[in-house]
Ligand binder design. Structure first.
Ligand code: ATP
Length: 302
């Protein structure tokens, strides 16, 4: 569990992180989304005690990160994949960290295998591609088998196979009960990976909610529903706050995601012939909601 409360960072007159309050739960992948410069990296650095907050607190499992005595065993982090001693081999890099954190050496080779770097284990990191550095950074984060994992833009530089692998890895880590917090500036990277989203814009919180709740807040998302029982379905949808337009057996529904419409129909035994999401993609919803962070400001629904 990560708890961020009133977290603020100012640099001179500029506010990089503005009074952020949210929680990140174990057992889920939480996407940390915001446009470039929104304050994601600064927030993650404050979580790791690398940047001192101007105000507010950030705790990991109830304590500030620097109060955790065995760093890598409590929180694993990938912040900047380029931030590795280029003269070292991948294996030596991990071995040094393993030794200083009291982690068995055998874990190094197992992890190099797991992240797909076994064949490059004896090569110097200076010659690694960005994707290979990301894989090494992910291995570093996993080294201490920590219950909490932070990843800053982990998909940068990965090829499609690497992206699929990382998605599967994050899902597995969450299924093991870990807290997985992953930043990205692209919704497309998160929509197949995250269970929940924390969205920020210009340092301030825009949303902290499930992926489907986030989608439902976009005014432009609409769902086409075909049903022989529109008369029964329409009041069920409007009672949930949706707008329903349409004629005959074809309805256009805004304000509710397709998943929720499907659930309602099932629960009330309304037959559906079609359920299609139209219009804005989640990426467009994200752009719409981050376009004006003040206008769409919403609290943390804890
Ligand atoms: N050390 C610093 N001194 C001054 N300003 C800073 C410093 N670090 C970050 N900033 C500013 O704070 C804001 C937030 O930056 P941050 O790197 O946290 O954003 P981000 O969401 O991670 O962006 P990106 O997706 O581009 O990595 C930016 O305007 C940045 O210029």
């Amino acid at each position: 569990m990560i708890e961020v409360n009133g977290l603020t960072k100012r640099y001179g007159g500029a506010t990089a992180v503005d009074d952020l309050t949210f929680t990140v739960r174990p057992g889920e992948v939480t996407g940390f989304l915001g446009p470039n410069g929104a304050g994601k990296t600064t927030t993650l650095r404050m979580l790791l005690g690398l940047v001192e907050p101007t105000a507010g607190t950030a705790t990991v499992r109830g304590r500030p990160f620097r109060d955790h005595p065995r760093g890598l065993r409590h929180v694993g982090a990938l912040l900047d994949a380029g931030d590795v001693h280029g003269g070292r081999t991948a294996r030596a890099h991990l071995a040094v960290l393993a030794r200083s954190n009291g982690i068995p050496r055998a874990r190094v080779d197992a992890l190099l295998e797991e992240v797909g770097l076994a064949a490059a284990a004896r090569r110097r990191v200076g010659g690694f591609s960005l994707g290979m550095r990301q894989r090494l950074g992910i291995a570093t984060a996993l080294l201490g088998d920590p219950p909490v994992l932070l990843f800053d833009e982990p998909l940068n530089g990965l090829d499609p196979e690497g992206v699929l692998w990382v998605r599967g890895l994050f899902r597995r880590l969450a299924a093991e009960g870990r807290t997985v917090f992953v930043s990205s500036h692209l919704m497309t990277e998160m929509e197949h990976t995250a269970d929940r989203l924390v969205v920020i814009g210009r340092g301030a919180l825009i949303a902290a909610e499930s992926l489907s709740a986030f989608a439902a807040r976009s005014t432009r998302l609409s769902v086409t529903v075909r049903t022989p029982d529109a008369a029964a379905l329409t009041p069920l949808l409007t009672a949930e706050g949706a707008s329903v337009a349409g004629d005959g057996d074809r309805l256009t529904v805004t304000g509710l995601p397709a998943e929720r419409i499907g659930e309602l129909a099932l629960r009330h035994r309304v037959l559906l012939h079609e359920l299609t999401t139209l219009g804005a993609s989640l990426e467009e919803a994200f752009m719409e909601l981050t376009a004006d962070s003040v206008q769409y400001l919403a609290g943390d629904p804890r």
